[in-house]
Design a protein around this ligand. Structure first.
Ligand SMILES: CCCCCCCCCCCCCCCCCCCCCCCC(=O)SCCNC(=O)CCNC(=O)[C@H](O)C(C)(C)COP(=O)(O)OP(=O)(O)OC[C@H]1O[C@@H](n2cnc3c(N)ncnc32)[C@H](O)[C@@H]1OP(=O)(O)O
Ligand SMILES: NC(=O)C1=CN([C@@H]2O[C@H](COP(=O)(O)OP(=O)(O)OC[C@H]3O[C@@H](n4cnc5c(N)ncnc54)[C@H](OP(=O)(O)O)[C@@H]3O)[C@@H](O)[C@H]2O)C=CC1
Length: 418
C-alpha cells in the first residue's frame, strides 16, 4: 500500500463485475463502493497525475442519445452504498427492479452509479472517464483476432459456430456497436496522457464507440460471422452452423422450441440410450438464459456523441495517431470479423487450423444426417396422413398414377425412336 501511495503517477481503474445478473449488493460493492475507495486512495497519492475510470457506453442505455456528460440517477450513490450495508437479500431483491428502473440489469445501473461517485468524490483529482461500447477481439495489436474472455459477442460466436445457437431475437438494422479491445486500450492511454498533461478543468468523458464513425449492423455482422464459419469451421460441432434473427416473441419461442430445445431433447435421449449421461438440455437452457440477457442490446440502437474523442484524436501528433490508433474509420469489418472468428477458435477454443479438414468432414456428415432425418420425418408424416385421410390417399394415388403414366409415355416414345 505504501509503495502504491508514494509511487503511482496514473491510475487506470478497469476492475469491475461485468455480470449482468449479479446481485445488487455485490454489483454495488464492486462497481460503486470499490470506486469510492479507490478514489480515496488516489487522493493520498502525492505523485498522481491522472485518474482514468473505465465505465461503459451502456451506463445510460435507458437513453437513446447519450452525450459526454454524467447523467444523475434518482437515488444518490451514497444512500445506495449505505442501504446495501444493512438491508437483507430478500428486501434488496424486491427493490432491485425499482432501483434499476428502465435499465436492463444491475451491471449498467451500478456502472452509472460508479460514474456519479467519480464526479462527486473527485476532490482535486485530475479525472477522466472512458466509456467503451461492446468490447471485441483485437483489430491489430498484439495481432488481429486476439481474445481472452466470453464477454459480449465471443460466447455467442462459439455457440453459433458449434451449431447450438440457431436463432436469436435481434434487429438486423440495429447498429452493432462493437469496438476492438486494442482500440479501447489505445484511447485509454491517450486519455491518460491528455488528462495528465493538459489537466482539463472539468472531468472529460470519452465515448469509445464505432457506430458514429463506421457503423456496422447486426444483420450484416451475423451474415459475416456465418460466412467466416465456412472458411474457419469449429471442431466437433453439434449441428451445422446456421442462425437467423427472429423479430418477435412468438417466432422466438417457436424457434427456441423447434431449433434449440427439441434437438437437445433428442440428443439427450440418444445419450441415455447409449448409456451416457444426458447434458444437452441443461447446456441449452443455460445458453437460452444467456441469450435472453444479451437480447436487449441486439434490438436497440444508440447514438453517442464523440466530440471529446475527436478532439483527442486531433491533439495527437501524427506519430502518436499511428501508435495509439483509435480511429475506427479505417476498420474493415469483414476482415475484422474473420479474424475475430479465427481468434475465438485459436485462443478460446484452443483449436488448431490443422484440424480444419476434419472439421469440414464432420460438417458434411452432419449435413447428410440432417437430410436423412428430414426425409425420414417427411415419409413418416406422409404415411400417417394417408393412413388417416381419404383425401390424402386420393392425392397420393393421383401422384403415383401420374408418375406411372409419365414414365410409360417416355418409355414408349423411346421404344418408337429405336
Ligand atoms: C444472417 C443472420 C445471422 C444471425 C446470427 C449469427 C449469430 C452469430 C453471433 C453474432 C454475434 C452476436 C453477438 C451479440 C452480443 C451482444 C452482446 C451485447 C453485450 C452488451 C455489452 C454491454 C457492454 C458492457 O459494458 S460489459 C461487458 C459485457 N458483459 C458480459 O458480456 C457478461 C455477460 N455474462 C454474464 O452476465 C453471465 O456470464 C451470464 C448471465 C450470461 C451467465 O451466467 P451463469 O451464472 O449462468 O453462468 P457463468 O458461470 O457466468 O457461465 C456459465 C458458462 O457460460 C459461459 N459464458 C459466460 N458468459 C458467456 C457469454 N457472454 N456467452 C456465452 N457463454 C458465456 C461461461 O464460460 C461458462 O461456461 P462453462 O463451460 O460452464 O465454464
Ligand atoms: N467487455 C465489455 O464489453 C465491456 C467492458 N467494459 C468495462 O471494462 C472493464 C473491464 O471489463 P472486462 O475486461 O470485459 O471484464 P473482466 O471480467 O474480464 O475484467 C474485470 C477485471 O476486474 C477485476 N476484478 C473484479 N473484481 C475484482 C475485485 N474485487 N478486486 C480486484 N479486481 C477485481 C478482475 O480481476 P481478476 O481477473 O483477477 O478476476 C478483472 O481483471 C470493466 O470496467 C467493464 O465495465 C466497458 C464496456 C464494455
Amino acid at each position: 500500500m505504501q509503495e502504491l501511495l508514494s509511487c503511482t503517477n496514473i491510475v487506470f481503474h478497469c476492475a469491475a463485475t461485468v455480470r449482468f445478473d449479479d446481485h445488487l449488493r455485490h454489483a454495488v460493492q464492486l462497481n460503486v463502493t470499490a470506486t469510492q475507495q479507490l478514489l480515496l486512495m488516489a487522493s493520498q497519492m502525492p505523485k498522481l497525475e491522472a485518474f482514468i475510470h473505465i465505465s461503459t457506453a451502456f451506463s445510460n442505455c435507458n437513453l437513446k442519445h447519450i452525450d459526454e456528460v454524467i447523467y444523475p440517477c434518482p437515488v444518490e450513490p451514497k444512500k445506495i452504498i449505505d442501504s446495501m450495508e444493512w438491508l437483507d437479500d430478500a428486501i434488496i431483491d424486491e427493490i432491485t427492479p425499482k432501483l434499476i428502473g428502465d435499465r436492463p440489469n444491475t451491471y449498467t445501473y451500478t456502472k452509472a452509479l460508479g460514474e456519479m461517485v467519480v464526479q462527486q468524490e473527485s476532490r482535486n483529482l485530475n479525472i477522466a472517464i472512458v466509456r467503451p461500447s461492446i468490447v471485441g477481439a483485437t483489430w491489430q495489436e498484439p495481432f488481429p483476432g486476439w481474445v481472452d474472455n466470453l464477454n459480449g459477442p465471443s460466447g455467442l460466436i462459439i455457440a453459433a459456430g458449434k451449431g447450438f445457437l440457431r436463432a436469436i431475437r435481434g434487429t438486423p438494422k440495429a447498429v452493432a456497436d462493437l469496438i476492438p479491445v486494442d482500440t479501447v486500450a489505445n484511447l485509454t492511454l491517450a486519455v491518460g496522457w491528455y488528462t495528465a498533461v493538459n489537466r482539463p478543468k472539468s472531468t472529460l468523458i470519452y465515448h469509445c464507440t464505432s457506430g458514429n464513425f463506421n457503423p456496422c449492423y447486426w444483420g450484416k455482422m451475423g451474415f459475416q460471422v456465418l460466412a467466416a464459419f465456412e472458411k474457419i469451421p469449429f471442431e466437433r460441432a453439434f449441428r451445422r452452423p446456421y442462425a437467423d434473427f427472429t423479430t418477435n416473441t412468438i417466432t422466438t419461442q417457436y424457434w427456441n422450441a423447434v431449433s434449440h430445445r427439441a434437438p437437445a431433447i433428442i440428443y439427450d435421449f440418444y445419450l441415455r440410450l447409449t448409456g451416457r449421461k444426458p447434458r444437452m438440455t441443461k447446456l441449452m437452457n443455460r445458453l437460452l438464459r444467456t441469450v435472453s440477457m444479451l437480447e436487449y442490446f441486439l434490438n436497440r440502437s444508440w447514438e453517442w456523441s464523440t466530440y471529446n474523442t475527436e478532439m483527442l484524436m486531433s491533439e495527437l501528433s501524427p506519430e502518436d495517431q499511428r501508435v495509439f490508433n483509435f480511429d475506427v474509420r479505417q476498420l474493415n469489418w469483414l476482415e475484422y470479423i474473420e479474424n475475430y472468428v479465427l481468434g475465438v477458435k485459436k485462443y478460446l477454443l484452443k483449436e488448431d487450423m490443422a484440424g480444419v479438414p476434419k472439421a469440414k468432414q464432420h460438417l458434411k456428415r452432419l449435413r447428410n444426417i440432417h437430410y436423412l432425418f428430414n426425409t425420414a420425418l417427411l415419409l413418416i408424416a406422409w404415411r400417417l396422413l394417408i393412413a388417416r385421410s381419404q383425401m390424402a390417399r386420393n392425392v397420393w394415388l393421383f401422384i403415383v398414377s401420374f408418375c406411372y403414366k409419365f414414365l410409360s409415355y417416355f418409355r414408349a416414345s423411346g421404344t418408337l425412336k429405336v
